[in-house]
Design a protein around this ligand. Structure first.
Ligand code: KG4
Ligand code: ZN
Length: 335
């Protein structure tokens, strides 16, 4: 029997989870609201909030799982990629805990963990599968051959899909993180109201910076014609629905291309943007058309969480793949 404590602190969520033999017993997430007024994550404030949150978060995860801290067999932590100051808090906590309890330390790649969140519950994808990993910092198509054997097939050459959502939201005067708000307003709007441009990028790579600029110019133009354009709810809903439709169509077009070229029909999505209702809905329709077996994570496992670190840690524990006490976090780390 293996009990793993998973720690996530790569960006602005402090999270801890307990996993026993591949089953998640608790997954506690402390969100940081301090960044809202700045329109984005302020790294220094994020590290300070992690420092405050980490002990209570771990404590609650242990209580909720109804275990004792001495029952933990190994501690897994996000080593990267992410904000270095934030990663340092989780890494230092994990090292100290491992040292104090004399248990193994397990390093986890955050982007691999987003994908491995699919192994928390059934149905689990069979290898090989393709995963579209879409978060605030990354947009990748990954060929997953085994738990820790992953090949990057395509990625964004500029902004990530989450950034495209968040930066569009900022133009619309919505607070950070704007992705979930665009999703909420999009549900009530007409996705065909406005036609935002589709980037022409070769292969399996993505680009979102041109779209961001065209949305900015579009809104500036509308406001110059009608200063209260965004105050009208219908306008806001139509703009959100049209933005979401375009971001989703860019993502799914490249995913379809990759699936066809690689002849893979096990398809998954992961990361914060995989919580987007438009992406989930359109993917299900596409899967029927293309005859894909599609894997969509539960909402709680889309955005950053400790459970995905714990499950990744569990699979490394089975391989006895442990880290040393000299380990340090890294801001950039390929999948
Ligand atoms: O995976 P994640 O929690 O953190 C990173 O590793 O970056 O992803 C956060 C991103 C943010 O950009 C957020 O706006 C976006 O995921 N996001 C969404 C939705 N929920 C979260 N974007 C669109 N629709 C959503 N429902
Ligand atoms: Zn993430």
């Amino acid at each position: 029997m293996a009990t793993i404590l998973g720690i996530e602190s790569s960006c602005d969520e402090t999270s801890a989870a307990i996993c026993i033999d591949g089953k998640i017993l608790s997954n506690i997430i402390a969100n940081q609201t301090v960044h809202e007024k700045f329109g984005g994550v302020v790294p220094e404030l994020a590290s300070r909030a992690h420092q405050q949150n980490i002990i209570p978060t771990v404590h609650t995860a242990i209580l909720e799982a109804k275990i004792h801290k001495n029952d933990i067999d190994a501690i897994a932590f996000t080593r990267g990629p992410g904000l270095l100051g934030s990663l340092l808090v989780g890494t230092s906590f994990a090292k100290a805990f491992a040292l104090a309890k004399n248990i193994p330390l397990i390093e986890v790649n955050h982007m691999q963990a987003h994908i491995l969140a699919h192994f928390i519950e059934d149905p689990k994808p069979a290898f090989p599968f393709l995963c579209l990993t879409v978060s605030g910092g990354h947009t990748q198509i990954v060929l997953v051959k085994d738990y820790f054997e992953m090949q990057l097939i395509g990625q964004t050459i500029d902004d990530a899909a989450g950034e495209a959502f968040d930066k569009s939201a900022k133009v619309l005067n919505l607070p950070y993180p704007g992705g979930p708000l665009i999703d909420k307003f999009a549900k009530l709007g007409n996705p065909d109201a406005y036609n935002f441009p589709e980037p022409q990028i070769k292969g399996f790579d993505f680009s979102f910076s041109g779209l961001k600029t065209s949305i900015l110019y579009f809104i500036q133009q509308k406001i110059s014609e009608q200063s209260d354009f965004l105050e009208n709810e219908n306008n806001l809903q139509d703009v959100c629905a049209s933005i979401q439709k375009r971001i989703v169509s860019i993502l799914l077009k490249k995913l379809t291309l990759a699936a066809k070229e690689l002849k893979i029909n096990n398809i998954a999505i992961a990361g914060g943007v995989s919580a987007n209702s438009g992406l989930r809905k359109d993917l299900i329709c596409l899967a029927e058309k293309e005859n894909w077996n599609v894997f969509i994570p539960k909402f709680e496992y889309c955005t950053d969480n400790g459970a995905m670190i714990a499950i990744a840690g569990y699979h490394k524990y089975l391989k006895q793949d442990f880290a040393s006490q000299e380990i340090a976090p890294i801001a950039r780390w390929a999948v």
